[in-house]
Design a protein around this ligand. Structure first.
Ligand code: SF4
Length: 222
């Protein structure tokens, strides 16, 4: 199966449970969720006019929103060609769960990698059972999609960006009927704002949740 890929790059995972882990990011093209503050708006549309060669997607960053179809084999070949050494692969977007990721994640895992998916939780998640799924729930966004209970149930980690108490209340409501015993719940202060950070820290301490800091923004890396 082929997937529309916007860009591929190797860096350090900057947030959540895998903070600090070297990782290869595979950014898929396409997202109808419509978050106003989205910092990857170039991934929203999968326009035929923006389709380029596989090589172009591998060679250059994806800021202009072009894409090419790749499958697991062509991605693994590209990682080798680029000399990537990370063994943790993060499939992000866009909204990667627009696509059935079973085949892609299975083949990447069979090749000896660990795999993580970062999703908004608004589409059904289809992937290998060993995938670490990070749901960052996007509530009441312009696209009108609801955060799915099935996505929250599948999540290994629920990472919620917060600025105010309303965001925490929103998360509490989402988690009402979810068994979180074996899940990592992370609060992530939006835009490194001091008040958001203080609220996140206070709430994490009182509930034994985890603070997720976007370390890549402090380091000024991708
Ligand atoms: S779900 Fe992610 S990619 Fe889609 S609009 Fe929201 S932040 Fe952007």
């Amino acid at each position: 199966m082929k997937y529309p890929v916007n860009e591929v790059f190797e860096t350090i995972q900057g947030e959540g449970t895998f903070t600090g882990v070297p990782a290869i990011f595979v950014r898929l093209q396409g997202c109808p969720v419509g978050c106003a503050w989205c910092d990857t708006k170039q991934t929203w549309d999968v326009l035929e006019a923006n389709k380029v060669s596989q090589q172009q997607v591998i060679a250059v960053d994806g800021t202009i929103g072009r894409w090419a179809n790749h499958d697991a084999s062509s991605l693994l070949a590209a990682f080798t060609e680029k000399g990537f050494t990370a063994k943790h692969i993060v499939i992000t977007g866009g909204e990667p769960c627009l696509y059935d990721l079973s085949e892609l994640t299975s083949q990447l895992i069979e090749a000896g990698n660990s795999v993580q998916i970062e999703t908004s939780g608004t589409f059904e998640i289809h992937c290998h059972e060993q995938v670490w799924v990070t749901v960052s729930p996007k509530v009441n966004m312009k696209g009108g999609y609801k955060v799915l209970t099935t996505a929250l149930v599948r999540a290994n980690e629920i990472k919620h960006p917060i600025a105010t108490q309303n965001h925490i209340d929103e998360l509490d409501e989402l988690l009402t009927d979810i068994d979180v015993t074996n899940k990592t719940i992370c609060l992530q202060p939006i835009s490194q704002k001091p008040r958001a950070t203080e609220l996140a820290m206070k709430t994490c301490i009182s509930r034994n949740w985890r603070l997720s800091i976007q370390t890549h923004k402090y380091l000024d890396i991708d």
